[in-house]
Design a protein around this ligand. Structure first.
Ligand code: GCO
Ligand code: MG
Length: 402
């Protein structure tokens, strides 16, 4: 059963998404998410110009061989653009294989290992009182885990806090927005945020927090140590992660669990972190790290080393990506938690899907394949719109990690 058509669909129902759709000679089609926020068209071109022509005429059922063909065959390995493109092909082929089998994808990955996929929602507030109200909203809605982000006095804008509570992901405009950052102010204030949340809402839910790559290892060590009493489920991306050895410094000082990996795209980006047990949760995701095939490899390595999964699920990843994550989450033995930021109603309309939220869990549904599709006619009504993530500078004007 050969692939006869490979199509790249770019659409912007509020934010940009790139989707690969593969169709076989039997008329079965599969979809893969190829969205790389702020660099979308690079992946679209990589697929259209260099990958789609190679796929037409290939057997749709040889998923591993196709993965190796694109990875080894490209000669230039790894990197976010390459691995996102390979990931989209891989997920689309798994979608097709599961449809051919007449089974939801998780059945092909070994079947269900749990009743549902525990997700965390995003509560954010400009101030502590506002944040406390948002946390209450999530707990009332049945969430068992909530990420907390709060405005920092003296800093004009900070990661994770926005006016639009529901669909936070700040990518806008023909040039990146620029704001100022102070790690000193952040470090002084953030323990008060965790204290207020625990005082008001107690310890009966998982509390998470994302530092978004902004500290040095020794600053992160100090923060982790100073907030141990608040029992964070995880502290995410405390430092920039290129230097994996940097985590040894953090680990030496604190028992606060660490989650890392949303910007990683291969097993080689995280093998030292995992093998030395320097982190507790690995956040790689099928879209940016080479699809179901490669992410499963990463998760198996993690399982050997007591590292659990916590896949990236921000709204700059499409519902196709979320569906792929849910099938993996439901089946792997070392699942930890899944990020869940709800997509807008319009995005949900463009990507009709079978997954559903219930009682703090997401369920991928029982539809054969991924259980998600793209409405191409509707998608065509929303053309690409240039949008960049913000950048930040320190008080003296120097560039810092956003
Ligand atoms: C998260 C992430 C996102 C990223 C975004 C970049 O934990 O969900 O940090 O908010 O910033 O995916 O495109
Ligand atoms: Mg993050």
């Amino acid at each position: 059963m050969n692939i006869v058509d490979a199509k790249v669909i770019v659409t912007c129902p509020g934010r940009n998404f790139v989707t690969l759709k593969l169709t076989t000679e039997d008329g079965i089609s599969g979809v893969g998410d190829a969205t790389l926020n702020g660099r979308e068209l690079a992946v679209a071109s990589y697929l259209r110009d260099h990958v789609c022509p190679l796929l037409v005429g290939r057997a749709a059922d040889q998923i591993e061989d196709t993965w190796q063909y694109l990875y080894r065959g490209g000669y230039w390995r790894r990197g976010p653009v390459t691995m996102t493109a390979i990931g989209a092909v891989d997920v689309a082929l798994w979608d097709i294989k599961a449809k051919v089998a007449g089974l939801p994808l998780y059945q092909l990955l070994g079947g269900r290992s749990r009743v549902g996929v525990t997700v965390y929602g995003h509560a954010n507030g400009g101030s502590i009182p506002e944040l406390l109200e948002e946390v209450a909203r999530y707990l009332d809605a049945g969430y068992r885990a909530v990420r907390v982000q709060c405005g920092i006095p003296g800093i004009d804008s900070t990661y994770g806090v926005s006016g639009d509570k529901l669909f936070y992901e700040p990518a806008h405009g023909a040039r990146p927005a620029e704001t100022t950052w102070s790690s000193e102010r952040y470090l002084r204030f953030i323990p008060k945020v965790f204290d207020a949340v625990r005082v008001k809402h107690g310890f009966d839910f998982h509390m998470l927090h994302d530092v978004h790559h902004r500290l040095t290892p020794i600053e992160a060590a100090r923060l982790g140590k100073s907030v141990e009493e608040y029992a964070l489920f995880w502290l995410e991306d405390p430092i920039a992660e290129e230097l994996q050895e940097g985590f040894r410094i953090i680990r030496r000082h604190t028992t606060t669990p660490l989650a890392v990996g949303e910007v990683f795209n291969s097993i080689w980006d995280c093998h030292l972190l995992i093998a030395e047990q320097l982190i507790d949760y690995i956040r790689t995701n099928a879209t940016h790290a080479g699809g179901v095939t490669h992410v499963r490899r990463i998760f198996q390595l993690a399982d050997l080393h007591h590292v659990r999964t916590g896949s990236h699920g921000a709204t700059d990843l499409s519902p196709v990506s979320l569906a792929a994550s849910l099938h993996i989450d439901l089946s792997v033995p070392n699942f930890g938690i899944q990020e869940y930021m709800r997509h807008s109603a319009l995005t949900d309309e463009v990507f009709p899907h079978a997954y559903r939220f219930e009682d703090g869990y997401l369920h991928p549904g029982e539809v054969p394949g991924l259980g998600v599709d793209i409405d191409e006619q509707l998608a065509a009504r929303f053309p690409y719109n240039t949008a960049y993530l913000p950048v930040i500078r320190l008080v003296d004007g120097a560039m810092h990690d956003w």
